[in-house]
Design a binder for this molecule. Structure first.
Ligand SMILES: C[S@@+](CC[C@H](N)C(=O)[O-])C[C@H]1O[C@@H](n2cnc3c(N)ncnc32)[C@H](O)[C@@H]1O
Length: 265
């Protein structure tokens, strides 16, 4: 059982347990303790609705201000196009880049429990580096910061407000090996750094994802890589145009992501 200062005997067995933590507005010392606790990132049940609700509660308990910032971005986009939708607001605000402004908040990001499951399946070794391509608020970097203390994480994200908020929380929790960088992944001068694992969740338009996969292909000529893919567009692009990626893991119960490997020798 978890020992918090505020809640001396804390169980994390149901959503109600998470809700009571949310309502109590924990001091930073307790939030830090939670962030290093594996059960904190596990949804009480494996179904999708519970995983999303759990993820929303984890955001709130840790103090990640996703709802507030996304509402500000929607308000800004509505100033340009009052009748727009999540398909149009991102490109209007961000020079044509699909940043998914107005998308349902739990669809925008991967649930924490799924980030944790992905990292377990990857069997991450110490000192391996993980990159999230289009990281939003960097949930993957939170799970790595808390549970994989010998690993490092970089998330690239176009939207500055998301980058600033994610980095603010990393700093608050003391996660010095996790960082978010503001970057257009499609920029001509952007050279993708080497990493052991790349994570892509349908970050942008088809040609952008294709461009990124080609950059990973170049890296796979030099070293082994794993690519974790979430979202149907990226999977389709891989099956149509990137035969060099080999499907390694597609579990029966993990319908939301696939893991590929590549080392082109
Ligand atoms: C569907 S979200 C996924 C977030 C995160 N990877 C996760 O799984 O929780 C995709 C993110 O990619 C970002 N994005 C889209 N196009 C981008 C680009 N050209 N450069 C950098 N980020 C981009 C969007 O702003 C959005 O935050």
């Amino acid at each position: 059982m978890l020992q918090l200062e505020f809640f001396p005997r804390t169980e994390l067995r149901s959503l109600l347990d998470f809700q009571s933590l949310e309502h109590s507005q924990l001091p930073l010392s307790d939030r830090k303790r939670l962030a290093y606790y594996p059960e904190f990132y596990q949804a009480p049940k494996a179904n999708d609705i519970i995983r999303r609700q759990h993820a929303q509660l984890v955001d709130k308990i840790l103090g990640l201000r996703v709802k507030y910032i996304e509402e500000m971005l929607v308000a800004e986009a509505q100033g340009f196009e009052p009748e727009g939708t999540h398909e149009t607001w991102g490109p209007i605000l961000h020079q044509g880049v699909q940043t998914w402004i107005g998308l349902e908040l739990q669809t925008l990001q991967t649930p924490y429990s799924e980030c944790f499951r992905i990292l377990q399946l990857l069997k991450i070794k110490p000192y391996q580096h993980i990159i999230d391509l289009g990281a939003a608020y960097g949930r993957m970097g939170i799970v790595i910061g808390g549970l994989y203390i010998k690993n490092s994480f970089t998330g690239y994200e176009y939207v500055k407000a998301r980058v600033d908020e994610g980095n603010r929380l990393y700093r608050e929790l003391g996660f010095s090996r996790s960082q978010l960088l503001q970057q257009d992944l499609f920029a001509q001068d952007f050279e993708l750094p080497m990493a052991d694992v790349y994570f892509i969740y349908d970050y942008g338009q088809v040609e952008h994802i294709d461009h990124t996969l080609r950059q990973i292909e170049k890296i796979a000529h030099k070293r082994p890589v794993k690519v974790v893919v979430r979202g149907k567009f990226t999977k389709q692009i891989i099956s149509d145009f990137h035969p060099w990626l080999e499907l390694k893991y597609e579990g029966k119960h993990e319908e939301f992501f696939s893991i590929y490997t590549a080392y082109i020798v």
